[in-house]
Each structure stands twice: as C-alpha cells, then as structure tokens.
Design a binder for this molecule. Structure first.
Ligand SMILES: Cc1ncc(COP(=O)(O)O)c(C=O)c1O
Length: 374
C-alpha cells in the first residue's frame, strides 16, 4: 500500500464544480489582479476570523514582513520568535531588516514558550511572533499579557492553523495582525502561492493595501512599495475552499484521534498533545522519537514501506549552514526543547481525504517499527 502525504487532487475532485465555477467567473470577468474575486475573498476571510479587515498578498512570508513594516519595525529593532518553526518566520524578520531573537518552545506543544519570552526582552524589542505550529494555537493569553506589560506588538504567524482556537481566545483576536499562507500544502491552500493577513487595525490594513501594490491605492499615484498581490484566480479557488475548512478540520481531527488511539501503546515515540479547551486542527500530525538518533531510520522505514512520512522541521533555524547570513540574530537562553523537536520529529500523512485503511496501514507500520526497537 502507498499512503501519500498530501491529498490535493482528491480534494480538488471532491469540490471540483465549486472551484471550476469560481475560476470560470474570474476568467470571464476580465479582472484578474485586484479584481472583484479578491475583494470577495477578503470579505469572507475577515468574516471567518471575526476581524474588521483582511488583505490578500503574494504569500505568507510577505504577509509577515509587510505587517512588521506597517508597524514601523525594521533595522535596529528586535523581534522574538522560536527556532523550530518553518524558516520563513525568521526570514520575514530579516527581510524587514530587524534582528531575530530565538527563545525556546514549549516541550509539549512545540509552540513558543511564553515563560521564556521576558528574559529575551531588551530595549530594542518591538514585537513577538508566535507561530500556531502544526495546527495548535500558541498560548496567546500569556503572550499578550507579556506584550502589554512591555508595550510590544504581536503578529500571529498562522500559516498552519486556520480554524483553530485556544482556551477562551480566537486567532486574530489578541494580536495586531495575523498572517496566513495559502501555499498548496496548508490546510487552506490554493494551487500555487498566496497569503493574507487579518487585522482589526485600520492603519495596518490601509498601509499594507498600498505597500502590496507599488505603494499605490489610486492610479498613477505612488509611494514606496512592492508587488505582492493575491491574484483573483487564487482568490476564487480559496473562496470555494474556505466554505469547507471547518469540515476539513473536523476530518483532520478524526484522523488524528484514530492515529492517537492506534499508536498510544508505542514505547519508542511520543504523540502530539492537544491542550485542554484548545481546538488543534492538525495541519500536521507530528510524533517524536524518544531517541533522536532513531528518527532518520524510522522515517526511512516508513518511506520504504510506502508511507510518505516527512519531518517538520528537521534542522532548527539557528543550526542551518551559514546562519545567520550576516543578518541580525540572537539566541536567548537554552533552546534545547526546540533542538530536540527538530532532531526527533516525524510527520505522518495528514489530510482530510485520508481513508480508514490508509490511517490504519500507517499505524500498523509505525507499531511494527516500534516493536522492532523494544
Ligand atoms: C510557520 C510558517 N510561516 C510562514 C510560512 C510562509 O508561507 P509562504 O510559503 O506562503 O511564504 C510558512 C509556510 O510556508 C509556515 O509554515
């Protein structure tokens, strides 16, 4: 049996008529850039998040650095995040010209550990970027409390958790801006690249609307800016998909529960944990080998047996060759939990269109490997 990591084509086939119809609408409209479909999607995204504004941009990375820029954060400023996220979180800080400051992650959730943030704050610190890693929210209540105390901005990197929520808070509710990635592999993905940010801050919204469009919101009138727009074809695809996101997340949770039930007796790896009263949407289902040195062999065993397991992310950002490439960077305290996560993580196939047979096959192969280790 072969179990793929993603189910993009299955998903397309399931809602083909809805996607095709929106593509057709855009093609017939003769407005492909900054047209009515983008406007429609932006309205739908804001409504979905319960925010006043949503702005479509070229990708999730741009959404982060454009948000930093809109908040006036750049050279000489420090921005706190954690090193076991996708590279783009730190990359965006560097693109904005700021210094990335890395603190450790929480050993259970792998999201930033709020208890490590205060010791990393200096007079140069301007913002915190928590990442809702793997589909589970960072502890936004604790993070915003620290941010308020030290007058810092918060940008939520929500490339991985659309539809998740925390204990008593929604994504987008407690921060200055929340960024989203629509690259195909995300839980809301288009057939290519795309991104957006949602915010309740009118200034961030209006600034990024200009910055993304060559510094312009009126024909022939420009200020300094960029080209980072979300095309209407992608907006149409995403508008069709957004209607299904809650049901798809429910399916991810169902498969996660099936994995957890099947794998709970394993001795050589640990399972992901959902925090009480949180909704984890399992963008990724990540287990960790107890012995980091066993991880690569485990992934190879699964791959050799037809299971497309992957690693997210097997080299922490500060361990990448050439780090920090002449850019500003600082590691604040021990980042041992993040390093351990990088060394031991294994992502199992996870997408809404999986089948029971596929999940059970993955479970069987994981348990076969586990048995051989003990
Ligand atoms: C946590 C995180 N941040 C940022 C990004 C960047 O998004 P994009 O690839 O759309 O630029 C991604 C995904 O690619 C991500 O997983």
């Amino acid at each position: 049996m072969k179990v793929e990591f993603y189910g993009h084509v299955r998903q397309y086939h399931n809602i083909k008529s809805e996607i095709d119809q929106n593509i057709q609408t855009v093609l017939e409209s003769s407005q492909y850039v900054m047209g009515p479909m983008l406007k429609r999607l932006e309205g739908e995204l804001a409504a979905y998040h319960g925010t006043k504004y949503a702005v479509g941009v070229g990708n999730g990375t741009d959404a982060i650095w454009l948000s930093l820029m809109a908040l006036g954060i750049g050279p000489g400023d420090e921005v706190i995040t954690h090193p076991n996220t996708f590279f783009a979180t730190a990359e965006a800080i560097w693109i904005a010209g700021a210094t990335a400051v890395f603190v450790d992650c929480d050993p259970q959730t792998k999201c930033i550990d709020p208890a490590k943030i205060e010791a990393a704050i200096t007079s140069k610190t301007k913002a915190i970027i928590p990442v809702h890693l793997y589909g589970q929210c960072a502890d936004m209540k604790a993070i915003t409390e620290i941010a308020k105390k030290h007058k810092l901005h918060v940008i939520e990197d929500n490339a991985q958790a659309i539809g998740a929520y925390g204990d008593g808070f929604k994504i987008g509710e407690l921060s200055d801006a929340t960024t989203v990635s629509f690259i195909i592999q995300k839980n809301l993905g288009t057939f290519g690249d795309g991104g957006a940010l949602v915010t309740n801050n009118e200034k961030i919204d209006s600034t990024i609307r200009k910055l993304r469009n060559h510094g312009s919101n009126a024909r022939n009138v420009h200020s300094y800016g960029f080209n980072s727009r979300l095309d209407d074809l992608h907006a149409g695809i995403l508008s069709a998909k957004l209607r299904h996101i809650d049901a798809w997340n429910d399916s991810r949770r169902k498969w996660a529960a099936r994995y957890t039930a099947g794998l709970k007796g394993a001795k050589s790896f640990t399972l992901p944990q959902e925090r009480k009263n949180y909704r984890h949407v399992f963008h990724l289902y990540v287990i960790e080998t107890k012995k980091p040195e066993q991880r690569d062999g485990f992934v190879k065993f699964l791959n050799d047996n037809g299971v497309d397991a992957k690693t997210h992310y097997s080299i922490a950002i500060h361990k990448q060759a050439g780090y920090p490439w002449g850019k500003g960077a600082r590691i604040a305290g021990s980042v041992a939990n993040a390093e351990r996560n990088a060394a031991s993580c294994v992502s199992l196939p996870m997408f809404p269109e999986l089948t029971e047979q596929e999940v059970d096959y993955v479970v069987a192969k994981c348990m076969e490997w586990d048995k051989a280790q003990n």
